[in-house]
Design a protein around this ligand. Structure first.
Ligand code: CP3
Length: 329
């Protein structure tokens, strides 16, 4: 279903998964976190595989996303990575054997893949967003250190982007060889850039990532609705949109598959409201063969499993498909 939708050829109900589906809102995840540090969960293949599979078993989502983090790439750049409130990267970039540094991720993929009956998504951060995690502690401000470097020393910033891109390409190829079915690129911070800087410091590096693998690539960018033409020209298999603009409107300007786009905070609403808003999204997209249901961004740790289940079940029971007997896979 998901892979068919990525080709724009899905004839069944639309597939559904959720960004941050493998995480703290699940009691089973919290129990595991009591015993292990976040770093250990990410870097112990058996544990990462176990968390990857949790939302499939508990919620029945239509895709698994590898349990890892976009900042793991720091290890492939010879940097140190710790987790406090959020990821903390330190040290100086140095040459590293990427395949060796990220071997635990490859092993996690190899362990979980045969246990899944749904496609497995790998992922990475877009080079611009990863650069911002290297250059500053994220605290909700508009990336002061990153923006400063862009204006003060664009050459050095470009070098940093090149180093991240080279390591990320190796990392994506490793994920592909290990068995992921598709890849999502997360550009969580590109929305702080002007169009000129987006064109210079984001788009070319995303393009290199997209062209480096054979599996379909989903592009997530916060604020994607402000950069539709630019993202379309990168030619990913799908573009993931946040919730500021109705998906059905953006669909008119996007020839490839689209993913999204309910406001994640909808999952705080009473269940009937969740059901209604999900049905409205489904209805607005008709029988679109290239539509993947998701939230507009990641879900939050204090959201209830019941709310998530209501969202998933509403998509799975989509009324307009209820009378169908034959389903094409
Ligand atoms: O989607 C999934 O369920 C798969 C796993 C996943 C994680 N991080 C695990 C994680 C994915 C896809 C990510 C991507 C990621 N990580 C992004 C891009 C998506 C986005 O949200 O924009 C970013 C920016 C990060 C960086 C990051 N990692 C932050 C800011 C934080 C701390 C804030 C937070 O949300 O907790 C993390 C830690 C992190 N990554 C956790 C998880 C499950 C928290 C785990 C814990 O504390 O137990």
């Amino acid at each position: 279903m998901l892979l068919a939708a990525l080709k724009g050829k899905n004839q069944e109900r639309p597939p559904v998964w959720i960004m941050r589906q493998a995480g703290r809102y699940l009691p089973e995840y919290r129990a595991l976190r009591q015993k292990h540090s976040l770093r250990d969960l990410f870097l112990t293949p058996e544990l990462a595989a176990q968390v990857t599979k949790m939302p499939i078993d508990i919620l029945g989502v239509d895709a698994a996303i590898l349990f890892s983090d976009i900042t793991i790439i720091a290890l492939a750049l010879g940097l140190n990575l710790d987790f406090a409130e959020g990821p903390v990267i330190s040290g100086t970039i140095q040459p590293v054997d990427v395949r060796h540094a990220l071997k635990p991720v490859a092993e996690a993929i190899q362990i979980v893949k045969p246990q899944l009956n749904v496609p497995l998504l790998g992922f990475c951060g877009a080079p611009f967003t990863v650069a911002s995690y290297i250059l500053e502690r994220h605290n909700g401000q508009n990336l002061p250190a990153t923006k400063k470097m862009i204006y003060q020393d664009p050459k050095a910033f470009t070098k940093l982007l090149d180093q991240i891109t080279d390591a990320t390409i190796d990392y994506l190829r490793l994920q592909e060889e290990s068995g992921v079915d598709a890849i999502q690129i997360f550009d969580s911070w590109a929305h702080v850039l002007s169009k000129e800087h987006f064109d210079a410091f984001c788009a070319p590096y995303m393009k290199r990532l997209i062209e480096s693998v054979n599996v379909p690539v989903i592009l997530f960018m916060r604020g994607a609705c402000t950069r539709i033409e630019e993202l379309v020209s990168l030619n990913p298999a799908a573009i993931s949109f946040d919730w500021q603009t109705p998906l059905s409107e953006m669909r008119k300007r996007v020839p490839m598959a689209v993913q999204g786009n309910l406001d994640p905070d909808l999952l705080y609403a009473p269940l009937p409201v969740i059901r209604q808003k999900t049905e409205e999204l489904l209805a607005s997209m008709g029988n679109d063969p290239g539509f993947i249901v998701n939230l507009g961004h990641g879900m939050k740790p204090d959201m209830s499993v019941d709310a998530v289940r209501c969202f998933i079940d509403t998509v799975k029971g989509a009324a307009r498909f209820k009378n169908e007997t034959s389903r094409i896979s």
